[in-house]
Design a binder for this molecule. Structure first.
Ligand code: NAD
Length: 376
C-alpha cells in the first residue's frame, strides 16, 4: 500500500494544510495509507482527532511522517529539513512557485524526487477540479476586500440616517481574473460602488455581469490581448502609457483600490505609480494582491501596511492563509483530484503521458524536465 505523508507547513505565516480529514478519507479510499504529522492542521482549525477519525495515522514528527512516504502533499515547497528526510525517489506535489523558488527544486532533485507543481496544471475542462490557482485566488479576492474594509476608516455601503448620509465607498479593482471578479462581487455585496479594469476584452462582460463598470483603454491592442490559454499578455509601452493616463484620472476619485494583475511566469505589471498614490485622498486604501510577485503598486511591501500621505498600501502576503480553513478544504480537493491521476488499482503509477501530469511535471527521478525550468 503506498504511503502518503502530510506534514505541518514550515514557511513563516503559512496556516493552510494540504490535506483535510475529508480529503484523507478519499485518499484512503484510493488505496493510500495516510500519515499525518501531529498538529499539521491546527492553524487551519483541524485537530489531530479529526484526522484520526478520518482513518489517518498520526505520528509525532515530520521525520516519522516522511520516513517511508512514497507521496508527499504540501501547500508550499518543503523546507530544507523536510527535503533531507524524504525517501529518495518520492513524489512531491504542492504550490511550489517553481519559477521563483529554484532552490527548493534543486534540493528536491538532489533527493531524486519526482515533483509536480500545482500552479502548472493546465486550465482545460478536465482539470478544473484541480485548479488550485483559481481556488486560492477566489478566496484571496474575497479576503482582500475584507482587509480593505478593515483598514478603511469609513463605511462601505451608503447609509441614510437621521444624523445624515454616509456615502458609499468607491472601489476600483485592477485585474478582473478569478481574484478580481471575487473582489468585485464582495465589494458589491458590501454596498460599494465598483469599477474595474483589465487588459483582456473577455473581462468586460464578466465585470459588467457583476454590476460593476468597466474602465479600460479599448484599442486594437486590447482586442488581441488574451493568449490562447486565457491569460494576459505583456502590453506595449504605448498601451501602458495610455492605461496609466486613464488610471491617473480615475484613481484619484477612488476610496479603495484592489490590484490583482498577474502575467504567468513574470513579475507583476506595475499599474499604480507613486504619483497615482499621491493623488488619492487621505484615508484611501490600496490592497496589492500581487505583492508576492513584485507588486502592482509602487511602494507596496510584502507583509506590511505602508502609509504615505495618509494613504495606506496593504501588502499582505498569502491572503488565502487568512481564511485557512476554507482555503485548505478547497486546495485539498484540488490535490485529491490530482492524486487520482497518480494511482491505479491501489498502486502508485503516474501516467506520464497524461496531458495534465505532463504539464505539471517539474522533475522526474531527480532531473528537471519542464521546458521552462530546464537548466540551459
Ligand atoms: P491571473 O491571475 O494570471 O491575472 C489576473 C488578472 O490580471 C487577469 O485577468 C489578467 O488579464 C489581468 N492583467 C494582467 N495584466 C494586466 C494589466 N496590465 N492591467 C490590467 N489587468 C491586467 O489570471 P487568472 O485570474 O488566473 O485568470 C485568467 C483568465 O483565465 C480569466 O479569464 C479566467 O476566467 C480564466 N480561467 C479559466 C479557467 C478554466 O478554463 N479552467 C480557470 C481559471 C481561470
Amino acid at each position: 500500500m503506498p504511503v502518503l505523508a502530510v506534514t505541518k507547513e514550515r514557511r513563516a505565516g503559512e496556516t493552510r494544510v494540504a490535506v483535510t480529514p475529508d480529503a484523507a478519507k478519499k485518499l484512503i479510499a484510493l488505496g493510500f495509507e495516510v500519515v499525518v504529522e501531529a498538529g499539521a492542521g491546527l492553524a487551519a482549525s483541524v485537530t489531530d482527532a479529526d484526522y484520526e477519525a478520518a482513518g489517518a495515522k498520526l505520528v509525532p514528527t515530520a521525520a516519522a511522517a516522511l520516513d517511508g512516504a512514497d507521496l508527499v502533499l504540501k501547500v508550499r515547497g518543503p523546507a530544507d529539513d523536510e527535503i533531507a528526510m524524504l525517501k529518495p525517489g518520492a513524489i512531491v506535489v504542492g504550490l511550489l512557485n517553481p519559477f521563483q523558488d529554484r532552490e527548493v527544486l534543486t534540493a528536491l532533485t538532489g533527493r531524486s524526487a519526482t515533483v509536480f507543481a500545482m500552479e502548472l496544471v493546465p486550465r482545460i475542462t478536465r482539470a478544473q477540479v484541480m485548479d488550485a490557482l483559481s481556488s486560492q485566488a477566489n478566496l484571496a479576492g474575497y479576503r482582500a476586500v475584507i482587509e480593505a474594509a478593515e483598514v478603511y476608516g469609513r463605511a462601505m455601503p451608503m447609509m441614510m440616517t437621521a444624523a445624515g448620509t454616509v456615502a458609499a465607498a468607491k472601489v476600483f479593482v485592477m485585474g478582473a481574473g478569478v481574484a478580481g471578479l471575487q473582489a468585485i462581487a464582495t465589494a458589491r455585496r458590501l454596498g460599494a460602488v465598483v469599477t474595474a479594469t483589465d487588459v483582456r476584452p473577455a473581462a468586460k462582460e464578466q465585470v459588467e455581469s457583476l454590476g460593476a463598470k468597466f474602465v479600460a483603454v479599448q484599442d486594437e491592442e486590447f482586442k488581441a490581448a488574451e493568449t490562447a490559454a486565457g491569460y494576459a499578455k505583456v502590453m506595449s509601452d504605448a498601451y501602458q502609457a495610455k492605461q496609466a493616463e486613464l488610471v491617473a484620472d480615475h484613481i484619484r476619485k477612488q476610496d479603495i483600490v484592489v490590484t490583482t494583475a498577474l502575467i504567468p511566469g513574470r513579475l507583476a505589471p506595475k499599474l499604480v505609480s507613486a504619483e497615482h498614490v499621491a493623488s488619492m485622498k487621505p484615508g484611501s486604501v490600496l490592497v496589492d494582491l500581487a505583492v508576492e510577485q513584485g507588486g502592482n503598486v509602487v511602494g507596496a511591501k510584502s507583509g506590511e501596511i505602508v502609509e504615505t500621505g495618509g494613504v495606506k498600501i496593504v501588502g499582505i502576503a498569502n491572503l488565502p492563509g487568512r481564511i485557512a480553513a476554507d482555503a485548505s478544504a478547497l486546495y485539498a480537493r484540488n490535490l485529491t483530484a490530482f492524486v487520482g491521476l497518480l494511482i491505479k488499482d491501489g498502486a502508485l503509477a503516474p501516467d506520464f503521458d497524461d496531458e495534465i501530469l505532463q504539464a505539471a511535471l517539474v522533475s522526474r527521478d531527480g532531473a528537471i524536465v519542464h521546458q521552462l525550468l530546464k537548466p540551459v
